[in-house]
Design a protein around this ligand. Structure first.
Ligand code: SF4
Ligand code: SF4
Length: 133
């Protein structure tokens, strides 16, 4: 199983050991997608891969550390009114979250593939994409 989570830290110190514990104690494969921390706390967006049981135990461990854990269903939002299917986002997305419909030429977006790199935000001339963090 895998899932994307936003971790909200109240103290900066907690960040140092969390990913280590996830790997060593819960056999979780963590991938940090984004981290914004300072001395007062911050947030981290993390993709975690592991068994269902290990993921559940890992989340409980994080919450026991006073870290707020929010499961993310998607990282970005596309304003369909602004998007005019120019295709600029397709080539910059290394995760292949965007695809062009061969019949309609519309640009489709698979939110599951997005890893929140942010590349499509700057590539979009219509400013149709925003990051949800
Ligand atoms: S944020 Fe990155 S991974 Fe997500 S859709 Fe945009 S380019 Fe692709
Ligand atoms: S770059 Fe922007 S306007 Fe162009 S297809 Fe992608 S989301 Fe739509």
């Amino acid at each position: 199983m895998q899932g994307k989570f936003k971790l909200i830290f109240s103290e900066h110190d907690a960040q140092e050991s969390v990913t280590y514990v996830l790997v060593k104690k819960f056999q979780i494969e963590p991938n940090i997608l984004r981290a914004e921390m300072d001395d007062t706390g911050g947030l981290m967006v993390l993709n975690m891969i592991g068994t269902e049981e290990n993921l559940r135990d890992a989340i409980k461990y994080l919450e026991d550390q006073n870290i707020t854990v929010v499961k993310l269903s998607k990282h970005i939002q596309r304003d369909e009114e602004r998007c005019f299917d120019c295709g600029s986002c397709v080539s910059v997305c290394l995760s292949r979250a965007f695809s062009i419909d061969p019949v309609t030429w519309e640009v489709n977006l698979n939110y599951e593939k997005c890893v929140a790199c942010g590349s499509c935000l700057t590539a979009c001339p219509a400013h149709a994409i925003t990051l949800i963090l």
